[in-house]
Design a protein around this ligand. Structure first.
Ligand code: GLU
Length: 284
């Protein structure tokens, strides 16, 4: 009989270099790092830089510097999403062959006009649910518009996708077996007009390709896991276990954000705090 080898735990911290890391990032990074450590596993760092308009090399450099200062160690080479476009393109090809993608030519304004005309739209976790305008376009119309150079995003036909995959669950280490309900998102964008991928697609592909076994991230991203689970099923990818942790708040009780300059690791360090003190502020 075949015996299965115990799986090594692989976790990751996946920041976007769009600003300086703050205490909330330190908490998320330490959470993932500690989870790998506790399990005798591996910890990865991934740079989520698909949004080239907002990402800056100096913020990426600061990520390495600040995390090293905090005492974290990660495996090299670090995966940078901007260097992995071919992986996302291959996944989109596959989804296209499954017939679960369609081009969407709508601008934000088009979508708003359509929603207003319909007297509103239900809200999903990412905002109002796309009303499906471009889903109704004929193939001829799609071709004509693409040929005349109209830019388009690629959306997941959620109804079709859910028909393909059926009922799905994932193992959430805090919540137990969790039922995926991606319908709440509607037809999400998987490839944007300005960059031929999206957060949902890249993160799902990367976690699979990097053999991540435990995804740890903030509970603000809990809804996204519903979509990721569907993509995994469509693409035949591994499903990691998940933990969605709480978020640190600013001293006034608001959620920490990149604009909270005083709480960046950089300013805490410059104010003379030691790495041990900052780890303690982050709960580690
Ligand atoms: N890049 C995402 C962020 O900075 C995190 C991605 C994830 O952990 O799934 O919020």
């Amino acid at each position: 009989m075949l015996s299965t080898l115990p799986q090594t735990t692989v976790t990751r911290f996946a920041p976007s270099p769009t600003g300086l890391l703050h205490l909330g990032h330190a908490f998320a990074a330490l959470f993932a790092f500690q989870a790998a450590r506790d399990a005798g596993g591996r910890f990865l760092l991934r740079i989520e830089d698909i949004d080239q308009g907002r990402c800056r090399p100096e913020f990426e450099a600061a990520i390495y510097e600040d995390l090293a200062w905090l005492g974290l160690e990660w495996e090299e080479p670090v995966r940078r999403q901007s260097e992995c476009m071919a992986d996302y393109e291959a996944a989109l090809d596959r989804l296209n062959r499954l017939g679960v993608l369609y081009p969407c030519f709508c601008t934000r304004k088009d979508i708003q006009t359509e929603i207003d005309a319909a007297g509103g739209a239900p809200h999903g976790p990412d905002g109002p649910i796309y009303p499906g305008t471009c889903k109704a376009l004929s193939n001829e119309k799609r071709q004509t518009r693409a040929e005349r150079g109209d830019r388009f995003a690629l959306r997941l036909d959620m109804e079709q996708a859910l028909k393909e995959v059926g009922a799905l669950t994932w193992n959430d280490l805090d919540r137990g077996e969790t039922t995926a309900d991606a319908r709440i998102f509607g037809d999400v964008v998987l490839a944007r007009k300005d960059t031929p991928t999206s957060y949902h697609l890249s993160v799902t592909i990367d976690d699979h390709l990097q053999d991540v076994t435990l995804v740890t991230r903030g509970e603000d991203l809990f809804p996204a896991t519903h979509v990721h689970r569907v993509l995994q099923a469509l693409l035949g990818l591994d499903t990691p276990a998940y933990r969605h942790h709480g978020l640190l708040s600013a001293p006034d009780g608001r959620r920490l954000a990149k604009r909270d300059k005083a709480q960046t690791l950089r300013s805490l360090r410059e104010a003379g705090l030691s790495a041990a003190e900052v780890r303690k502020m982050a709960g580690y």
